[in-house]
Design a protein around this ligand. Sequence first.
Ligand SMILES: [Zn+2]
Length: 425
Amino acid sequence: MKSDRRAVIVICDSLRDDLINAADTPFLVELSARATRFAAHRSVFPSTTRASSASIATGCLPARHGLYGNTMALDEGEGLVCRNVGAPDFRDRMRRATGRTLRVPTLAERLRWHGEAAIVCSNVSPGAAYFQDPDGHGYVYHSAGSYGPGLTPVDDTASAVLKKGIAGDRAMTERFCADILEGRAPALAVMWLSEPDYTGHHSPLGSPQHREAIAAADRCVRLVFETVRRLDPSGEDILFMTGSDHGMETISEAIDVTGLLVAAGIKAAPDSHDIVVAPQGTSATIFFSDAARDRVAAAANFLRRENWAGRVVAGADLATVGLPPDGALQVAVAMATDDRVNPHGVRGYGAIVSNPDDPESKIGFGQHGGLGVNEQNPFLIAEGGGFAARRETRPSSLIDIAPTVLRHLHMDHDDTDGRALPLSA
Ligand SMILES: [Zn+2]
């Protein structure tokens, strides 16, 4: 198909729907008045950026795309070891351990015959960026390395110098508008901002710093939208979607789940390969070697007795939270959350799972990964391509974005877990 139809997606990482207001996000409020605002939009589980990135790219839940969070236990021949999905080399480790990266096609793969098909600019972790297009069908621009079709490295100095935060997001946005949207005009252009996630992890939610990061993301979205509508004033050709991947809760306490499982006699030792806890912020996924499978029920029952644990799912029940029931991942725990209000007026606290590789998670700052109402409260707004002014209260999910893009581009979209979002009548 060759038409002028295009889709542009801007993700404001971690921006909670209830933090959109006239003072901090004047543009998103203005856009909501002329667009479709999805009022019951939900994240996937774990509500981490990397699993979410794969779900947005594929339209499938983690159970089907195979990326189960920000960390994952892999067996590369020496037993289960927890690996950081954010690391630049993770997709190579995943290929070694499982023979492939994602198990279902991304938008970039589906669009690969389109010439200049899919271009992704991302200022979050390399892992989250690369899982938009892990096998190199289009272009991914990121500070840790940019790649073109065939995973050919692209020497992109503009991306190489980007740093997470307000200034880096702004520089990426200006480049995205000028070079990508106006210059190259791909069928799909995705831009993933680091804010307000980056600041939310380093300051209290609702603090002046966090609100400034939200306002900065709002200005970036405005810049992209104004470019899109200058290129397509009628809104018939270019579908514009902006949203977030998840929200955040305020961290109440940190729980050493690995240490507690060892102390309870369920896991052999902190670094043992029998049972491996993969921390996901406010949740954990727990992997079991074949020899440790008979301890699944004991681990789940242990977690269910702890007051810091919220929902605990094991075995076949994993399917109810979008995780696969038939692999090494056998238990998932979403940490307990509550609706206390933090010192800056932002609702929602949750415990986190201790992660030695993430020393920046501090009590009082923001985190996500679980099933709390606030971390499961991303926003989504669609404009153009048949989405007119309306507030949509029927439930929607991250996995509905890909089929919506495919429908707009007149492509098959009935094999995803999500469904194309209802157009305005
Ligand atoms: Zn995120």
